[in-house]
Design a protein around this ligand. Structure first.
Ligand code: GDP
Length: 298
């Protein structure tokens, strides 16, 4: 999976390499600083990160005798600093049970797969896990979650297509409480094209949860597809507005991802990044390691 992670950040690190090659860290005039700043933005790292690196270079805070490596080290350090602040695994609290994790995101982002991966992860930590098929809008979503639940052996609460999502969630919490479930992971519809309806549906789910347990949902995890680049950023914006977001999982950080966007998101929103997806299998969810990712990028 390390190789897959490398490929997920390849576009970002290749652009960096291509743009920084031949630059001499010994002579950083304004024009060169502009070029470096542009290179960082073109690598999806975002304007804030680019600005910070530029400032540090302009202030001479780097090793000048190492050619472009001196510049890359500054990038790596700044990226790691930003990422270290957001790298936080999802934690299961001792109380109350079940801990309810609402999973949101647009269709195709990898939501269902991520739910299965998280369920598997918590199972391995000896927690009793349950999933709820709250994306009642798509029959395929219900079927897919059922298939995953069967494959990894977790109970699922599901209803018919077109059913009431909040009702499913209500049933799931009841059942989870009855059988002593530690973690309940809830799938939700990802219809961003109908923002009003989505917002109402999520609000209703929240109301139902809140009535059963004032602290629920404990986590609202937004799943983002890293191959969509800057699009992922606007999804954070919208979902923060319609649902509130407590943390992120970024998927598809293998293959042709634009991994740099993760840095941009971290810098801009500061939301915890709980884990990253590096493949389609249930154990392809990795903890998010700031140092590792920073070294891969720069
Ligand atoms: P949903 O519509 O958001 O529920 O998305 P799915 O979970 O159905 O995932 C959409 C597609 O992305 C499926 O083909 C998944 O196998 C694939 N997928 C999900 N996560 C990853 C990942 O981390 N890496 C790769 N390469 N594919 C993924």
């Amino acid at each position: 999976w390390h190789d897959r992670l490398l490929s997920g950040f390849k576009r970002t690190s290749d652009r960096l390499t291509g743009n920084l090659v031949g630059l001499s860290a010994a002579r950083l005039d304004e024009e060169t600083l502009d070029e470096i700043e542009e290179a960082l933005i073109a690598s999806d790292l975002g304007p804030e990160m680019a600005g910070r690196v530029r400032k540090r270079l302009a202030a001479g805070q780097y090793e000048r005798n190492m050619e472009e490596l001196g510049i890359r080290l500054v990038v790596a350090e700044e990226v790691e600093k930003t990422l270290a602040q957001v790298a936080k695994p999802l934690e299961i609290e001792a109380f109350p049970r079940p801990q309810v994790i609402l999973v949101i995101g647009v269709n195709g982002s990898g939501k269902t797969t991520t739910i299965a991966k998280l369920a598997h992860l918590f199972q391995e930590q000896d927690y009793a896990v349950m999933v709820a098929a709250g994306d009642t809008f798509r029959a395929a979503a219900i079927g897919q979650l059922k298939t995953w639940a069967e494959r990894i052996g977790v109970p699922i609460v599901a209803g018919p297509e077109g059913g009431d999502a909040a009702g499913i969630v209500y049933d799931a919490v009841k059942k989870a409480t009855e059988i002593g479930t530690d973690v309940l992971i809830v799938d939700t519809a990802g219809r961003l094209q109908n923002k009003r309806e989505l917002m109402d549906e999520l609000a209703k789910i929240r109301r139902v949860l809140g009535r059963l347990n004032p602290e629920a949902p404990h986590d609202v995890v937004l799943v983002l597809d890293a191959t969509t680049g800057q699009n992922a950023l606007s999804q954070i914006e919208v979902f923060k507005e319609v649902a509130g977001v407590t943390g992120l999982v970024m998927t598809k950080l293998d293959g042709t991802a634009r991994g740099g966007v993760l840095v941009n998101a971290a810098e801009k929103y500061g939301l915890p990044i709980h884990a990253i997806g590096v493949g389609e299998q249930v154990d392809d969810l990795r903890p998010f390691d700031a140092n590792e990712v920073a070294r891969i990028i720069a």
